[in-house]
Ligand binder design. Sequence first.
Ligand code: ATP
Ligand code: MG
Length: 182
Amino acid sequence: MTTGSTEKSARVFFALWPSDAERAALAAWQPALHKLCGGRIIRANTLHNTLVFLGNVETDRLEALRLAAREVGGKAFQLPFVAARYWGHNRIVYAAPGSVPPPLALLVRDLEQRLSAHRFAFDQRPYQPHVTLLRNAKWGDAPLPGMREVRWQVKDFELVQSAPDEGGANYRVLARFPLRFP
Ligand code: ATP
Ligand code: MG
């Protein structure tokens, strides 16, 4: 596995990385939300749902990280995004599922367990599934308008490298891990 650079470490996270059609459907929410809330529209080709954030990992540990993720035995599932919501503390507008599907909660738990078993450190904050749509947005407590439901068919999860540049986030999918069909 290559990271495309000679850096000694890579900023990495695990995510659900949708298909082009799935990301286009969520991107269709953005113009109306941007009109209301302002801020910066996240590029459609970078929309994702972070599962576990590790931050900097030494590049010579990335292969071990990939093997650890291969030990995860999750099932494929559907993830319906039903509402746009706002977090005031970080000024993000995001797409939220109505609830966390049990196979998703199990996937995150299993992944965290495998990472811990292999001595990888990661951010421990409780998992709240969301897809960031706008950053630096402004909104109050009122509900945002209703959006057309977008259903992701989650068949795999991804290891992603983040290498932000002046244009904003820049992500590379380093590896894909298939989920099994029930
Ligand atoms: P930028 O930081 O340049 O604005 P970004 O936040 O998209 O862009 P990263 O900071 O590399 O890029 O984050 C990658 C992903 O991991 C994003 O989905 C981000 O929300 C999430 N993330 C970042 N830091 C943490 C953290 N400490 N805990 C959990 N998730 C995080
Ligand atoms: Mg960030």
